[in-house]
Design a protein around this ligand. Structure first.
Ligand SMILES: [Zn+2]
Length: 244
C-alpha cells in the first residue's frame, strides 16, 4: 500500500486542503509549539472525513469512481481535483446541488474516465491540471442541474471553449500477449467491482464499504422502528443532512 509515491501524495493532500502552494517554506514560519501543525492537520482531517469515513459529513466517495481509471491506473490528478471540488462545494454551498445529480455525475465520470486523462495531458502534469479537472466536475454538475440529459452532457460540455480540446475518441490497443498484465488484471477487477458496488438509497450514488450507515426508511420521529425491513444503506451525509 505504502510506496515511494505515498509520501509526496500525503504532503500534497495536506498542502491542498490548507491552500498552501509549493513555496510554503517561504511563507510559513517555524512552528514553535506544534500548534499550527495541529491546526493544519485538523483542516486536512475534515476533508479526509468528507471523502470517506463514517463521520456524519462523509460523502462516502467510491475510490473506483473518483481515483482510478477503468484501466486500473491510480489517477492522482483526479484525487487532487476531488479534494478541492469537495472544499469548493462546501464553500459555495453547493453540496446539495451535487447530491441531487450525484448518480448521473458518477456514471459520467466512470464512463468517460479517459477525459480526465485528456485534461491532465493538456495541462501536462497532475499538479498543473487538477484545478481544471475540478472545473470539469463543476461544469458537469451545472449542466445536469440545468436539465441537460446524462447522455448529452459531454457533447454539451465540448461546446464550451474551455473544454474544446476534449475528444470522445479512445486509443484502445489490441491485446496479443497471452498473459494478463498487472494493469489488465486491475482493469478486470474494476470492471466487475463497480458492477456489484452498493448504492445509497437516498441519492443513488455509489457507496464505499468504509462509509455505510443504515437509514430508517420510516423515520424514528414518525414511528419508524429498527427492523431489518425498515433499514436501507445510505451515505452518512445523505442520512444525516439530506433527509432532515
Ligand atoms: Zn447518498
Amino acid at each position: 500500500m505504502y510506496s515511494a509515491q505515498t509520501l509526496p501524495l500525503i504532503l500534497d493532500f495536506v498542502n491542498i486542503t490548507n491552500k498552501l502552494n509549493n513555496n510554503f517554506k517561504d511563507t510559513l514560519s517555524d512552528d514553535q509549539d506544534g500548534n499550527s501543525t495541529i491546526e493544519i492537520l485538523h483542516i486536512t482531517r475534515k476533508v479526509a472525513r468528507r471523502i470517506n469515513s463514517i463521520h456524519t459529513s462523509s460523502l462516502g466517495l467510491h475510490p473506483i469512481v473518483y481515483f482510478y481509471s477503468q484501466k486500473g491506473r491510480h489517477k492522482i490528478a483526479s484525487f487532487y481535483a476531488t479534494v478541492i471540488f469537495l472544499m469548493e462545494l462546501e464553500e459555495r454551498k453547493k453540496l446539495n446541488e451535487f447530491i441531487k445529480v450525484r448518480a448521473a455525475f458518477e456514471s459520467i465520470l466512470h464512463d468517460f474516465d479517459f477525459l480526465v486523462q485528456q485534461i491532465q495531458r493538456h495541462y501536462r502534469s497532475s499538479i498543473g491540471s487538477y484545478p481544471y479537472i475540478k472545473d470539469y466536475f463543476f461544469k458537469i454538475i451545472d449542466l445536469l442541474n440545468n436539465g441537460v440529459l446524462k447522455d448529452e452532457v459531454i457533447n454539451e460540455l465540448r461546446n464550451d471553449a474551455n473544454f474544446h480540446y476534449l475528444t470522445i475518441h479512445t486509443d484502445d490497443i489490441v491485446v496479443t500477449s497471452k498473459d494478463f498484465t498487472r494493469e489488465r488484471k486491475s482493469a478486470v477487477y474494476i470492471r466487475d467491482a463497480i458492477k456489484s458496488a452498493l448504492k445509497c438509497h437516498i441519492c443513488n450514488g455509489y457507496i464505499h464499504k468504509n462509509s455505510i450507515t443504515i437509514d430508517h426508511i420510516d423515520r424514528k420521529e414518525d414511528g419508524g422502528v429498527g427492523s431489518i425491513d425498515n433499514g436501507k444503506i445510505a451515505h452518512p451525509y445523505c442520512n444525516s443532512t439530506i433527509k432532515n
